[in-house]
Design a protein around this ligand. Structure first.
Ligand SMILES: Nc1nc2c(ncn2[C@@H]2O[C@H](COP(=O)(O)OP(=O)(O)OP(=O)(O)O)[C@@H](O)[C@H]2O)c(=O)[nH]1
Ligand SMILES: [Mg+2]
Length: 300
């Protein structure tokens, strides 16, 4: 541990890792999350862990920015890496310089640190970067949880859904910390089956379709045949069944819906994060808001 921190006591702080595949809505949710905490007069800060994030994408200046240590642009220019190899190099470089992060973290007491993570899927499946980050944060007395976003459009069909669930499970197993799966971009889910808007014409999911994904019964999903017009290839039947069984045996994966156009929906997600973190443990832990019917007025 870096010497100048050996004697410094750390008060409880909270780190929320915003994770998920590329384009799932992590940075947009991070901005909404931070704005909401600030409106509630809570001290919350952005930590940017995306070496490729463009400076213009920050509505909120990050208090800690991996780009101050290493940037994808420099790595690609100076070391002639490609974009993905360059990103992995940046993560390896941060792993070798965790004392830099400890130094940066030193100044935040009893605050929420919201880590906006990059979308490289290898980060969540096998790369040691995030587990190393979690170990270091835990060692520094920071309470850590993760949210994993997959977008509602991802539910085009059950195969996409299963790959989303398996990637969420793989990330959960990789990080082994308190975990909240979020189905993002629920504003793209139309409520009205007669909706003729552009979105609806682009095959937006109807709310009633999404309900079965929020708290999935894998067997029901897997056995649904024909509704999406495609019958599974019999050659993969045994593999499909094994995947369904795996998901069924580990009912770890349900999704909180997130509709950023609906303040109650954001509030519900944040209350689940607070509860998962036991935020302000000296106060009575507040039960998370339930998803009231209003959130899914057309789910039935
Ligand atoms: N309709 C809708 N679009 C969204 C929402 N959240 C994000 N988007 C759009 O989805 C795209 C990706 O959003 P980001 O927040 O940058 O996603 P990300 O997960 O941070 O992406 P990477 O950092 O590249 O992995 C952008 O065009 C956003 O405008 C949402 O809740 N609803
Ligand atoms: Mg992002």
């Amino acid at each position: 541990m870096a010497k100048h921190f050996a004697s410094r006591p750390f008060s409880m702080r909270y780190a929320v890792l915003i994770t998920g595949p590329a384009g799932a809505g992590k940075s947009t949710f991070t901005r909404a999350f931070l704005n909401h905490l600030r409106l509630q007069k809570r001290t919350a800060h952005l930590v940017n862990l995306d070496p490729a994030a463009s400076p213009t994408s920050f509505e909120v200046e990050p208090v800690i920015d991996i780009k101050d240590l290493v940037s994808l642009e420099d790595v690609m220019t100076e070391l002639e890496y490609g974009p993905n190899g360059g990103l992995v190099y940046c993560f390896e470089y941060l792993m070798q310089n965790m004392d830099w992060l400890e130094e940066e973290l030193g100044g935040f007491e009893d605050d929420y640190l919201v880590f906006d993570c990059p979308g490289q899927i290898e980060l969540y499946t096998h790369h040691p970067f995030l587990p190393t980050l979690v170990q270091n944060l835990t060692r520094l007395g920071v309470r850590v949880c993760a949210t994993y976003l997959i977008e509602s459009q991802f539910m085009e069909d059950r195969y996409k859904f299963f790959s989303g669930v398996l990637s969420a499970m793989s990330a959960m197993v990789n990080l082994e910390i308190p975990w909240i799966n979020i189905m993002s971009k629920m504003d793209l889910v139309t409520a009205n089956p007669d909706d003729k808007s552009a979105g609806a014409r682009n095959g937006l999911r109807l709310r009633k379709d999404i309900a079965r994904y929020l708290d999935p019964d894998p067997l029901l999903l897997a056995t649904r045949r024909g509704q999406e017009g495609n019958t599974p290839n019999p050659r993969f039947h045994a593999l499909n069944q094994a995947i369904v069984q795996l998901i069924e045996d580990h009912p770890l994966v349900s999704f909180l819906p997130l509709d950023l156009t609906n303040p109650d929906s954001l509030e519900t997600v944040i209350s689940h994060i607070d509860f998962t973190m036991q935020y302000g443990e000296d106060e009575e832990p507040k039960e998370p808001h339930d998803l009231d019917e209003g959130d899914f007025h057309d789910m039935e």
